[in-house]
Design a protein around this ligand. Structure first.
Ligand SMILES: [Zn+2]
Length: 285
């Protein structure tokens, strides 16, 4: 009887090894995950794909989004929900040559009322020049692979929030044609503007060099499709190509371009679409 025991133990160990090997031997199948299936206009979906070697293509509302490799080997995209997107049902689709997964999502209104803005003839006649429009658009659509930011964003300036993000605007009684693509912080001229997160300066524009509407402008690339913009500045303290750290002074508040008084207009963009900057101050992404 005693001689049977070692044999029994050996079988048990072999079985245990076989069972414990089952999980790591099997390749993980691709999987699409969203942080939530419901978002408001001006927010964004966080889409993560695991179990793939190469980034799949991601689709939302007829647009395709590049997915960026993360440190943990997954691919991620922060998919912006445009403020002007009609509330309702949509879907997010991830697809490659041999796999696809689709998740239904819902977009709701941001619930903000329409702001009626009256501009005098001189101001309403001012249009952004082709140079400023093209340069700003190109910079805000910049996609770079390396994620530069970490942790919470800082508020770039201390002052009174004079206009929130996402308010739909009607100019001189016309139907809603646009919305406020950032937050306004009113503060005395000369107040320091800090970079809210690490990044690289990719645009500096000057009112004296045809930035008639935006005024003196700085745009920072934070990587992986995230950029931020600072408008109506007085003095600009950085140059294109500069690497900035969270808290570095980049400019001072002014009233250049179309502006009714000294304030900072701060915008945050994902893939060229503006999202609520305060999301990045309150949450880590
Ligand atoms: Zn503004």
């Amino acid at each position: 009887m005693r001689q049977r025991r070692p044999g029994f133990i050996a079988v048990c160990i072999t079985l245990m090894l076989l069972l414990s090997n089952t999980i790591p031997l099997q390749a993980a199948s691709p999987d699409l995950q969203l942080d939530s299936t419901k978002k408001q206009q001006g927010n964004f979906f966080i889409a993560t794909v695991s179990g793939l070697q190469k980034a799949p293509r991601l689709w939302f509302n007829g647009s395709s989004y590049h997915m960026f490799l993360q440190n943990d080997g997954t691919f991620r995209a922060l998919i912006p929900v445009d403020v002007m997107l009609t509330p309702g049902k949509y879907a997010i689709l991830a697809i490659n040559e041999s796999w696809k997964e689709k998740i239904p999502v819902e977009v709701s209104s941001n619930g903000l009322s329409v702001q009626k803005v009256w501009l005098d003839k001189k101001t309403s006649g001012l249009r952004a020049t082709q140079e400023e429009k093209a340069q700003v658009k190109t910079a805000l659509h910049r996609l770079t692979d390396q994620k530069q930011w970490s942790g919470l964003f800082l508020m770039p300036a201390t002052g009174r929030k004079s206009s929130p993000f996402g308010v739909k605007r009607s100019y001189n009684g016309a139907p809603v044609s646009s919305y406020h693509k950032g937050i306004d912080i009113a503060a005395p001229q000369g107040t320091i503007v800090k970079s809210p997160a690490d990044g690289k300066v990719i645009l500096t524009g000057y009112e004296s060099n045809r930035f008639h509407v935006h005024g003196n402008t700085v745009i920072i690339d934070h990587g992986q499709g995230l950029t931020s913009v600072y408008l109506h500045l007085n003095e600009i303290k950085v140059n294109t190509g500069d690497i900035v750290k969270k808290g570095d002074p980049i400019a001072t508040i002014g009233s250049t371009g179309i502006s009714t008084g000294p304030h900072l207009h701060w915008g945050v963009y994902l893939y060229g679409t503006s999202v609520n900057p305060e999301l990045f101050v309150r949450n880590e992404y």
